[in-house]
Write a protein that binds this ligand. Structure first.
Ligand SMILES: NC(=O)c1ccc[n+]([C@@H]2O[C@H](COP(=O)([O-])OP(=O)(O)OC[C@H]3O[C@@H](n4cnc5c(N)ncnc54)[C@H](OP(=O)(O)O)[C@@H]3O)[C@@H](O)[C@H]2O)c1
Length: 436
């Protein structure tokens, strides 16, 4: 066996710097695991003159992708530059040159994952992407290897640290959404443009990747129903607390009778649910398997060293495959055709906050509207009712029993037409067995 495996790094930012630190600082562990060392031979960056968080030999830095991708001594490309089109082209180019690829790029894998996996296989190469979902948590390995023989029925997770940080601030300290976002930005947990995080797209990309792997079916980003936390009202979190519920941005993927649903939306969980205890920027993914039952994976969902740890675990997996001569063996063909559940097949409990006219008969009218649709109530919160004397309005919180999304949509249509209803201020799904 060679004394060293040479890798090429595309990117030397947050994650790339962590990779350099692990390769330099954990060489003994790598040699012990692999029987050979790992050397970073060249690094693609935008600006070779830039000050860096880590010290690297300046001669390894380049702005020319070919210097990395066409180097015959490099066996593995680590893509941590981000972006979509250029990263995709570099990875395809790497496969043509018979180089294996490890990437942390969820945006790319959510959009072009199947194409890239197919290209890897065609060229006898490995493509691993553990760091693309939930940073340092080995969730992809947990699903693909750890639960390989099981039938996974549900994946439910907090897969975006920024939104979890904001929700924790709102819930624990009663801080309004805008202030919590500002604080997250000041602390570096949220980007200057937070749209991708707070709008739910980042989490949706990760859920598309997880659902594909967990259920062995093709899931596109467009199949994920997305709703973010932007503009979430503090009142809902406070009413949730009175009901014993915690609000989280939950990625939800369910597979029953070979039909799937995948969504990302603010969701209430019972306060004693394991995911409800996940605070600040931490991530956690809850996986239900037919045989294993309930499992939960918890840890840092981002950051330089945690994410680089996931990248380097993929690098060691590639090297082990190289040593055994079994690269390019990943399963790329989904087992099941994709069938999305229709609204009448999607079950859940729901919370409604409704502004109503504060006069007699209102409750009866609301109750009969739900009754007509065969939606029964778990609870109606009347204390405290926030009376708006000026406009003669009152606030009602309704928690339903399990029902279908189809019926919830019908209820929303009917509520919009009833005189006593001023406005449905919000409604959220409740998951995690609140009614059990
Ligand atoms: N940050 C995290 O915690 C985290 C967690 C999980 C996954 N990820 C994923 O990991 C990837 C990298 O994230 P990051 O936070 O490390 O990004 P980053 O800090 O912005 O670093 C990007 C690096 O790539 C280089 N680069 C970007 N575009 C390039 C181009 N066109 N040509 C040459 N070099 C280019 C930059 O060069 P310069 O330094 O010269 O500007 C920089 O070194 C992304 O796909 C991200 O989604 C990140």
């Amino acid at each position: 066996m060679e004394k060293n495996i040479s890798v090429g790094l595309l990117g030397l930012g947050t994650v790339g710097s962590g990779v350099v630190q692990i390769v330099e600082g954990h060489q003994e562990e790598l040699v012990h695991q692999l029987g050979c060392g790992v050397t970073i031979k060249s690094i693609l960056v935008c600006d070779v003159e830039k000050d860096r968080d880590v010290q690297v030999n300046p001669a390894t830095l380049t702005t020319n992708p070919e210097a990395v991708l066409a180097d015959p001594e490099i066996d593995i490309i680590i893509e941590v530059m981000g972006g979509i089109d250029e990263a995709r082209e570099h990875i395809l180019r790497a496969f043509k040159a018979k180089k294996h690829v490890v990437t942390a790029n969820k945006d790319l894998m959510a959009l072009h994952g199947p194409e890239l996996q197919y290209a890897a296989k065609q060229n006898g190469c490995d493509l691993f992407y553990e760091a693309s979902v939930a940073g340092g948590i080995p969730i992809i390995g947990g699903i693909v290897d750890g639960l390989a023989s099981d039938r996974i029925e549900k994946v439910m997770g907090i897969v975006n640290g920024t939104t979890n940080y904001i929700l924790t601030k709102m819930d624990d300290e009663g801080v309004a959404y805008e202030d919590a976002l500002k604080e997250a930005q000041e602390l570096g947990f949220a980007e200057a443009d937070p749209t991708g995080d707070v709008g739910g797209l980042d989490a949706a990309r990760k859920m598309a990747i997880l659902a594909r792997l967990a259920f062995s079916t093709s899931v596109d980003l467009a199949d994920v129903e997305v709703d973010g936390i932007d503009g979430l009202a503090l009142e809902d979190l406070q009413f949730g607390r009175q009901l014993g519920l915690k609000m989280k941005l939950i990625g939800f993927a369910d597979f029953q009778d070979k039909q799937i649903e995948v969504s990302v939306q603010p969701t209430f969980l019972p306060e004693n649910h394991p995911l409800a205890a996940v605070k600040n920027e931490y991530n956690a993914v809850y996986v239900n398997g037919k045989a294993v039952g309930e499992t939960m994976f918890y840890g840092p969902g981002a950051g330089s060293l945690p994410t680089a740890t996931a990248v380097m675990s993929d690098v060691t997996a590639v090297i082990k495959n190289m040593l055994l001569g079994v690269t390019g063996q990943q399963v790329v063909t989904p087992r099941y055709d994709k069938v999305l559940k229709s609204p009448e097949q999607r079950f859940g409990q729901y919370y409604f906050r409704i502004h109503v006219q504060d006069r007699s008969g209102t409750f009866t009218e609301i109750s009969s509207l739900f009754n007509e649709l065969d939606i029964s109530f778990e609870r109606i919160l009347q204390d405290p009712i926030k009376n708006d004397k000026e406009n003669g309005l009152a606030e009602v919180i309704v928690v339903t029993h399990q029902t279908t999304l189809e019926k919830i949509n019908q209820a929303l249509e009917k509520l919009a037409k009833v005189d006593v209803v001023e406005e449905v201020k919000s409604y959220f799904r409740i998951e995690g067995g609140y009614d059990q």
